[in-house]
Unconditional design. Structure first.
Length: 737
């Protein structure tokens, strides 16, 4: 606990030397005299730095009793959590008596010594969020407003009434269901009305990146005004440590795209995700031990799949051992985030494409070699196409493992993930001007074709055990059409490319038939995964490439119809608002109950109309699809939409001096009204604040690179001479049909 003792003083003096680089702005009062506060906290405390840099009248003390003893009668005292979450704040009984005699107004946080209040040991939450539970903050914050207190540690009490409570609740920015029975008070007043108690460290709001920012401004303005009602504070601003690169309306520099491209490409190394052999061995052990302790496997959200960054003395890898999946959505109390310790084939290949573009554009010439190493890791050095995947007599031959981090990842074959490995490899090979991956590419396309049914549909994921049980021909001859562009569309794009470069009719027949059936079923029968917007965004690429292969009015009409419906949700700022489809057709939908929050993968919006943009599932693929549509058709309609979306994505790219591992990245969720990274964090594995090295980061950066080179993925992938490979592969994989 934080008390008046010598040992704690030593800790204090050590931590006082730490400087957090935060930029703060103004705080003003109504009168000529600023509000006067007596504060006990370290000099690094967020609230103290806000007040001090604003010119407020602040007297700081090392220990709570000092602040109470020094305070004038009827004045305001803030006793802030000194070294949260390790130490609680302690105020002696004598100091409490002094405070009562002086009639002090006190705000105290994370304290285990509040008179007449029973307080337990610190607890830690995982899925609970903060909720406004009184009218204390009105009119700026109404009851049921949701807030994020990241990585919250709190002291449980028996208090019943509270202004802010913790609860596991569904909702975007406000609760949508009644509060659960179990809630935990976070901010409340004592019975005498002179003490405002926070059971956690609300003053850690900048460091831990509490959100949304405007809500936390309202909270602190109200708390400060409660302390000094005769000198109310009316403005309190600060620069978040992780924030969008540009504001919503500021003029962009002429080279904003080039700058975003450079930052996006450099992120792959500053992120510390490129593995070196030492760190790879370390995380392999962690994953093995964690899986044994868990006793069962749940891909995507098991705690053991994430952990801290490698030590600073370990250099970045060169791609020879792959690149990790990215950063999980959970923000810790020190503002850091955990790396996802998973190696995924799609993320590795997509990162290779982005880095190949960086090398080709001269951003960093060493990126060319890293991109080559990454692809060689997939096709040559890892398990992705080895073992059964490399055995011509096995039905999994040619398929690429979902990932390399466990047997479960190694033996799952998602068509969508295989497709994005293929597409990224095509682009990288075109930039490297090399045929070294051509056979791998075509072998994977054929392997997916022979597990695709007669109408062009493939099961979303086929396990190795199912292949061994049924054989590949079962899937080639049977199917149950599912109109799910999330899982199907990018394989159709691969088949169209393969037809263009081999002339093999089976590729075109199955792709064109599936696309026609899917468009006939649009929109009422589409099975969407995380929203209708992402389904439309995914469909753009195969429709654009169908125009490349067969430029007919009908095919152009299909493309225009899907694009118009998607872009109907594009905002003046360029953002594409997420939209749900018919809920009965959705597989990963918003939580239906509070208890559903955090259980499964989920959308970042709760209902249509929420101002959310999804950069993991929609905006990234919309950018690629619009870019390819503009190149395929030559129509300004697609180019204009792509330009608007590009400008938006460049504006909201992450800028952070405090967290260089995040600088240049893009989070999954963005609220274009708040102009802040925000969304429903209901997804169990890939929530609002995650960064995927593949899906999000790689495709946004890659499209920026292609725009800079004035080329398209179709054009980059047009240099492979693979026609001579198709007959031997068909003879081998289709048993000499």
């Amino acid at each position: 606990m934080w008390a008046d003792d010598t040992q704690t003083m030593k800790h204090a003096r050590l931590l006082f030397a730490i400087c957090i680089s935060l930029t703060f702005f103004c705080l003003t009062g109504h009168g000529s005299e600023p509000a006067h506060f007596f504060i006990a906290c370290p000099p690094t405390n967020d609230l103290y730095r806000v007040l001090l840099s604003s010119g407020a009248k602040v007297e700081r003390f090392d220990f709570p009793s000092q602040a109470v003893n020094a305070a004038d009668s009827d004045s305001a005292v803030l006793l802030l959590a000194g070294f949260y979450p390790k130490y609680t704040t302690h105020l002696s009984e004598a100091a409490w008596r002094t405070a009562a005699k002086k009639n002090l107004k006190i705000y105290i946080e994370y304290s285990n010594s509040i008179p007449h209040i029973q307080i337990g040991e610190p607890k830690h939450v995982r899925w609970e969020r903060a909720v406004i539970t009184s009218d204390f903050f009105e009119p700026r914050l109404e009851k049921n407003k949701i807030l994020a207190i990241h990585d919250c540690y709190y002291l449980p009490t028996t208090q019943k009434r509270a202004h802010i409570s913790l609860a596991r609740v569904a909702g975007y920015d406000s609760t949508v269901y009644a509060l659960p029975e179990q809630t935990f008070p976070i901010l409340f007043e004592t019975e005498d009305g002179n003490v405002l108690v926070a059971s956690t460290a609300l003053s850690n709001f900048v460091t831990a990146r509490y959100a949304p920012q405007e809500s936390w401004e309202a909270i602190w303005l109200r708390i400060l005004s409660w302390l000094t009602p005769k000198q109310p504070v009316n403005s309190l601003k600060w620069q978040p440590s992780v924030h969008p690169r540009y504001t919503k309306n500021e003029a962009l520099p002429s080279d904003y795209e080039k700058q975003a491209l450079k930052h996006g490409a450099r992120w792959f190394k500053s992120s510390r995700l490129l593995l070196n052999p030492s760190f790879k061995s370390e995380i392999d052990i962690r994953l093995h031990v964690g899986r044994e302790q868990a006793g069962s496997y749940a891909p995507g959200w098991m705690d053991f799949e994430a952990g801290p960054l490698p030590s600073k003395d370990l250099p970045n890898g060169d791609g020879s051992y792959g690149i990790l999946e990215g950063y999980g959505s959970r923000i810790l109390h020190d503002g850091s985030q955990l790396q996802r310790y998973i190696l995924r084939s799609d993320c590795i290949a997509e990162s290779a494409f982005a880095l190949a573009l960086s090398g080709a554009l001269g951003i960093d010439k060493t990126d060319t070699k890293i991109s080559e190493n990454l692809l060689n890791y997939i096709y040559r050095d890892s398990v992705a196409q080895r073992g059964p995947r490399g055995n011509p007599d096995h039905p999994a031959y040619g398929l690429i493992s979902w990932g390399m981090s466990s047997p479960e990842w190694e033996t799952a074959f998602f068509g969508d993930d295989n497709a994005r490995v293929i597409l990224a490899t095509l682009g990288t090979a075109g930039l490297h001007h090399t045929p070294q991956w051509d056979k791998h590419i075509l072998k994977c396309i054929v392997a997916n074709l022979r597990t695709t049914g007669p109408n062009g549909f493939r099961p979303n994921c086929i396990s190795q055990s199912r292949l061994e049980e049924n054989g590949w021909r079962y899937f080639f001859e049977h199917e149950n059409p599912v109109y799910s562009p999330h899982y199907q569309a990018y394989l159709w794009a691969c088949y169209l490319w393969a037809f263009e470069h081999t002339g093999e009719a089976a590729f075109l027949e199955r792709a064109e038939k599936a696309i026609r059936m899917t468009m006939d079923a649009y929109p009422g029968q589409w099975k969407w995964t995380l929203g209708m917007s992402q389904a439309r965004a995914r469909m753009l690429l195969p429709l654009a490439w169908l125009v490349r292969v067969s430029d007919t009015p009908e095919h152009r009409g299909w493309l225009k119809r899907v694009a118009e419906d998607l872009l109907a949700a594009q905002q003046p700022c360029g953002a594409i608002r997420e939209e749900l489809g018919i809920l009965e057709n959705g597989s990963l939908i918003p939580p239906k109950t509070n208890a559903d929050f955090g259980v499964n993968e989920a959308t970042i919006l709760q209902k249509d109309g929420d101002p959310a943009c999804d950069l993991l599932y929609t905006s990234n693929f919309a950018l690629l699809g619009l870019h390819e549509a503009a190149a395929a058709t030559g129509e300004a309609y697609y180019q204009d939409a792509a330009d608007k979306l590009t400008a938006f994505l460049c504006r909201i790219q992450i800028e952070s001096r405090d967290h260089p591992e995040l600088n240049g990245g893009w989070y999954r969720a963005f609220d274009y009204r708040l102009w802040e990274y925000w969304g429903s964090n209901a997804d169990a594995g890939w929530g609002a604040w995650c960064i995927e090295s593949g899906w999000t980061q790689a495709w946004i950066t890659s499209v920026l690179g292609m725009r800079e080179l004035d080329t398209s993925l179709w054009e980059l992938a047009s240099h492979q001479d693979i026609k001579h490979l198709v007959k031997p592969l068909f003879d081998e994989m289709f048993e000499g049909r």
